[in-house]
Design a protein around this ligand. Structure first.
Ligand code: HEM
Length: 406
């Protein structure tokens, strides 16, 4: 194994798409080296990813199916240890996963999501008022002032998280996503957010309200089982971070694309292109979740002519999958909302596909429509080459999006 060609993953995520192309050049399923020297497999091909995501021989449970983790040979200083230690539906497999997922989706109903439309518009309008006021004095950061607080408030209102806890809970998830953090920093931050989530759950048990945390506490599966304390805590933390982090990236990435493609911006503003096409093309060409840990082969599995050995970790490279030239041709990496085929797997596929997909699409449609209507003169405040990336290879986002509103 040691002599094979691999790509060593840059923990700072400096050039996610360039790195993806280097991995793709080794094949649709190929070996990579994760920070900390851990060997893993990366899936960059669209068809290979669909197969992996739909194949029950790939598990997400490190406790049962990651040989190094289960046998205790994994270095405790492995920087991505947080992704193996967390306990929620994304680290379970088979019937365990199905049970947890039913308990969550049962509370996350379409009716509950659709009913959020007016509230999302209200939160959006309030944040735009803030941007308009500060934008009078010069550049503003669209990430900090809009793209991050919008989904954070929406998911926290849905869950019933009081304002004072929101930022701290979100920062905890963000620490796990920052792949330049040490294992110590990640674990310390996890302990802190567990404390906050524990307080929240205790308060909701005492005094239930009409919100998702109270619904999750009440939720009962067909067999009568409920979420255990650890599962409940893990689920609440998962929903805060998955409800915020990728939506924030979708909003900043779509805005940055439109601010650097005047022709597509004009087309969408004049109604020649739909917002839906802008959102889907952004999801394809700038997948908000880039390179996601972890899956594990339950047995030796052959995919695209490569055998992934039992017990080894696999990451699906969603950012590469959306740009697969065998699906989208030579212009695969070009942002073109007018293209007919915008196929992507950016919300996942199979039994672990995204629970929040309808909510994310609804938020993006409301937020982008209102943002571009409010600031028709909006432009980047720095040259595109100066936009700094978020320090992570797992997510595909910007550290800041400085804009001028007028
Ligand atoms: C643009 C926004 C979003 C993107 C791109 C996105 C992407 C994804 C992806 C790729 C997965 C599958 C992970 C895998 O490969 O196993 C996933 C799972 C998940 N997402 Fe999202 N997501 C978004 C928004 C949301 C929102 C708003 C929520 C709501 C709370 C959410 C909740 C979840 C949950 C709970 C899972 C785990 C499902 C499971 O393991 O069964 N996501 N998401």
């Amino acid at each position: 194994m040691g002599s094979r060609t691999t790509v060593a993953i840059d923990p700072a995520g400096t050039d996610i798409h360039g790195e993806a192309e280097r991995i793709r050049a080794l094949g649709p399923v190929s070996e990579i080296e994760l920070p900390g020297g851990v060997r893993a497999w990366s899936v960059t091909g669209y068809e290979a990813a669909r197969r992996v995501l739909a194949d029950p021989r790939f598990s997400k449970d490190p406790r049962k199916h990651w040989t190094a983790f289960a046998e205790g040979t994994l270095d405790p200083d492995f920087p991505l240890i947080g992704w193996a230690l967390m306990e929620n539906l994304t680290t379970t497999h088979g019937e365990d996963h199905a049970r947890l997922r039913r308990l969550v989706t049962g509370s996350f109903t379409a009716r509950r999501i659709t009913s959020l439309r007016p509230r999302i518009a209200e939160v959006t309008a309030r944040l735009l008022d803030g941007l308009e006021a500060t934008g009078k004095n010069g550049p503003v950061d669209l990430r900090a002032g809009f793209a991050e607080p919008l989904p954070l408030h929406v998911i926290c209102e849905l869950l019933g998280v009081p304002e004072r806890m929101r930022t701290d809970l979100f920062r905890g998830g963000e620490a796990n996503v920052d792949t330049t953090n040490t294992s110590y920093e990640t674990v310390t931050s996890m302990e802190r957010v567990h404390e906050i989530a524990g307080d929240l759950i205790a308060a909701k048990r005492e005094d239930p309200e009409d919100d998702l945390v109270s619904a999750l506490i009440r939720a009962r599966d067909e067999d009568g089982s409920r979420l255990s304390g650890t599962e409940l805590m893990g689920t609440v933390l998962l929903l805060v971070s998955t409800g915020t982090e990728p939506v924030k990236n979708l909003l900043t990435n779509a805005t940055a694309e439109l601010l650097t493609h005047a022709e597509h911006r004009a087309a969408v503003m004049e109604g020649r292109l739909t917002w839906e096409s802008v959102i889907e093309e952004t999801l394809r060409v700038q997948a908000p979740v880039a390179h996601l840990p972890f899956r594990f082969a339950v047995e030796d599995v052959e995919v695209a002519g490569v055998t992934v050995p039992r017990g080894e970790p696999v990451l699906v490279h969603y950012a590469a999958v959306g740009r697969d030239p065998s699906v989208h041709g030579q212009s695969a990496d070009v942002f073109d909302p007018g293209r007919a085929d915008k196929r992507h797997l950016s919300f996942g596929h199979g039994v672990y596909r995204c629970v929040g997909m309808p909510l994310a699409r609804l938020e993006a449609e409301i937020a982008l429509t209102m943002l571009f209507q409010r600031f028709p003169e909006m432009r980047l405040a720095v040259p595109p080459a100066d936009l700094k990336r978020q320090s992570t290879f797992i997510m595909n986002g910007l550290a800041a999006l400085p804009i001028r509103t007028r």
